[in-house]
Design a protein. Structure first.
Length: 414
């Protein structure tokens, strides 16, 4: 496999979907493993979500025989989608692609879906407040990070002067400042903040509650499905650091249509071209393994799959599952090892996604007449409303979008 040469002068404005791409950081996932193993192994992968499919891509490119086993009748896991009886595309959740998703962009380039299926959005993060009033973090500025970020926070309508001041004080004394000239050193400081919440960290040295309520909570929900009182300071500051250092990190993209079409189908085609077998509706029911003299597992030998619990032998098995899934399938003996036992100490967050169909442009806030005007062909950016992800501190759902506007390829219907 040839090694692609990447040269990037940083994030700079370009034309088309290649705007704000850090190609250096995409290189590993776009190139693949770059080597082929001398020994060809038979490998079974449990779970055909993104993790399982990307693992299959690398293993197949390394020369192995790979089979995927998936419980559902479709691939994608937490990023899956399917069509209902009326032909409507239903998603597991609203999916937005931040510019710092370097590995995912590399995978999409490698599989061939990036240029055709991703739509870049204006470099603005918009907040919809009660009464339809808008606030924004507008990163559109001739000079990139960190100047564009400082300008966005200084100009935002989402915070008052007092909250802007408190934000400046707190973020100005954060590891982000060190990261501007020493990224690795700043990241080391951020990693030490995993044991406190973002609210605790933010209010320690000047941060005010108003900023958390009006701005940071909606962003925290969008990133991790929990609020600032519960999300780790490390998680939030990692994102802020990327926003501060790399102009492209805060740029948003959305798929032109459903995840199945724009994300999964190109990967499935890539895998099928490399003779990877995908078994849908075939859950792993049991993991079989050898043990040592103490009864501890030493090597996985096979798995039982499907309703009939058919045994399939493999040289190696990869479990690419979410936390509830891996907790359910791991044999009890595996918990004799701390690494596996720690899996059962992880907490998960229940989430809800609601997908509604409106006879109008639901994010058109300026004109009721325009909101109700659906006559003619208004696909591909012609519709009313806001073509971007939207945050809200005043609604039950902290982030939303009108998919008929943002992803019209399969969601706009007359």
């Amino acid at each position: 496999m040839s090694e692609t040469e990447f040269k990037s002068d940083g994030a700079k404005k370009q034309i088309g979907n290649d705007s704000f791409l850090n190609k250096d950081l995409m290189a590993r996932s776009q190139n693949g493993p770059g080597i082929v193993n001398d020994e060809k192994l038979n490998i079974g992968i449990v779970g055909a979500g993104l993790a399982g499919m990307v693992a299959a891509m690398d293993l197949a490119d390394a020369g192995h025989n790979v089979e995927l086993f998936e419980l559902r009748p479709f691939v994608g896991g937490k990023v899956s989608s399917w069509q209902d009886d009326d032909g409507n595309h239903i998603e597991m959740g609203l999916h937005v692609f931040f510019g710092c998703y370097y590995n995912l962009f590399g995978i999409m380039k490698r599989a061939g879906g990036f240029d055709e299926y991703l739509r870049i959005k204006d470099h603005v993060h918009t907040f919809v407040n009660e009464g339809g009033n808008l606030g924004a973090l507008d990163f559109r500025f001739p000079i990139g990070a960190p100047i564009s970020g400082l300008t966005a926070f200084a100009k935002t309508e989402q915070l008052g002067l007092a909250d802007k001041f408190h934000n400046a004080v707190r973020l100005g004394t954060s590891p982000i400042v060190r990261a501007l000239f020493d990224f690795d050193g700043g990241m080391d400081m951020v990693r030490e903040l995993d044991d406190i919440t973002f609210s605790e960290w933010f209010t320690q040295l000047g941060g005010a509650r108003g900023s958390l309520d009006r701005m940071w909570d909606p962003i925290a929900y969008a990133l991790g499905f929990i609020d600032c009182d519960h999300i780790s300071a490390r998680a939030m500051l990692t994102i802020f650091m990327l926003f501060a250092i790399r102009t492209e990190a805060s740029v948003l993209r959305m798929l032109d249509g459903s995840p199945q079409t724009g994300l999964h189908d190109p990967i499935i085609k890539y895998l099928e071209e490399r003779n990877v077998k995908i078994h849908l509706g075939n859950a792993c029911r049991e993991i079989l393994y050898d043990t040592d003299h103490e009864g501890k597992p030493t090597r996985v030998t096979s798995i039982k799959v499907g309703p009939a619990k058919t045994e399939r032998k493999f040289d190696a098995v990869v479990c690419a599952l979410d936390v509830p899934g891996i907790q359910k399938i791991l044999p009890e003996d595996f918990r004799k090892y701390p690494q596996f036992d720690n899996i059962y100490k992880l907490d998960t967050v229940p989430i809800a996604t609601v997908q509604l169909r409106f006879n109008g442009w639901v994010t058109e806030l300026n004109s009721e007449e325009r909101m109700l005007d659906i006559a003619g062909d208004q696909s591909d950016g012609k519709g009313g409303g806001i073509d971007n992800l939207l945050y809200s501190a005043d609604a039950e759902f902290s982030c939303f979008a009108d998919l008929a506007v943002t992803s019209p390829g399969e969601y706009y219907k007359t």
